[in-house]
Design a protein around this ligand. Structure first.
Ligand SMILES: [Zn+2]
Length: 174
C-alpha cells in the first residue's frame, strides 16, 4: 500500500471546478449557469472590499468610477438640477460634509468609496433589464445580470458621462 501525501486541493481563482456546490445567488437567473460560465454577468461587486471583481463592468470600472467620483464631488443641488437621482445626491452630500469638516476632496472620496460602489450597483439595478443576486448573507458580493451586459454597462457609462457634462455646464453658467 503506497502512502500518498495528503494534499488538499486548493480552491484558487484559477480552479476550473464545475462540481463545486454553487450557492443559489451564484447562479445566473437567466440561464442558471454558475458565475463565470455564461455571458450574462454585468458585474460582481464586493461591497466589503469595495471592488468590482468580474463581469462586463470590470473592463469599464475605471471609466464608470471616474465619472461617479466627479459627480459625487459636485454640489448636491447641481446633481438635483441635472436629475442625477437621490442615490448620487446622497453620496455627494456625504462627501461635501466630509470636505466641510476639513478633508481634502480626494480623501473624502476615498472615505466614501463603499457608498460610491453601492451607488454604482444601485444605478445598474435601476436598469429594468438587470437582476441582482447575492451569494449568501455572510459575503457581501452582489452579482448583477442582464441579457446583454456590455450594452447595460455602456448605457450606464453614457448616462454618467452625460450627467458629468450637464453638471459642469450648469456650474459654468453665470
Ligand atoms: Zn447566464
Amino acid at each position: 500500500m503506497t502512502k500518498a501525501p495528503n494534499h488538499e486541493s486548493p480552491t484558487g481563482p484559477s480552479g476550473n471546478d464545475d462540481d463545486e456546490d454553487v450557492a443559489a445567488g451564484g447562479r445566473c437567473p437567466i440561464c442558471e449557469e454558475s458565475v463565470g460560465d455564461c455571458d450574462h454577468l454585468v458585474a460582481s461587486i464586493d461591497l466589503t472590499y469595495s471592488e468590482v471583481t468580474a463581469g462586463a463592468l470590470f473592463a469599464q470600472e475605471r471609466t464608470a468610477l471616474d465619472a461617479l467620483e466627479q459627480l459625487c464631488s459636485c454640489e448636491p443641488d447641481a446633481l438635483k438640477t441635472a436629475g442625477a437621482g437621490p442615490v448620487l445626491e446622497h453620496v455627494a452630500t456625504l462627501v461635501r460634509d466630509e470636505i466641510a469638516e476639513g478633508a481634502s476632496p480626494g480623501d473624502a472620496l476615498s472615505i466614501y468609496t463603499p457608498q460610491i460602489l453601492a451607488a454604482l450597483s444601485l444605478l445598474l439595478q435601476e436598469d429594468e433589464g438587470v437582476t441582482v443576486t447575492n451569494v449568501d448573507a455572510e459575503s457581501s458580493i452582489e452579482h448583477l445580470w442582464a441579457e446583454d451586459p456590455e450594452w447595460t454597462v455602456e448605457r450606464l457609462v453614457e448616462r454618467l458621462e452625460e450627467l458629468v457634462e450637464e453638471v459642469e455646464e450648469g456650474g459654468e453658467e453665470p
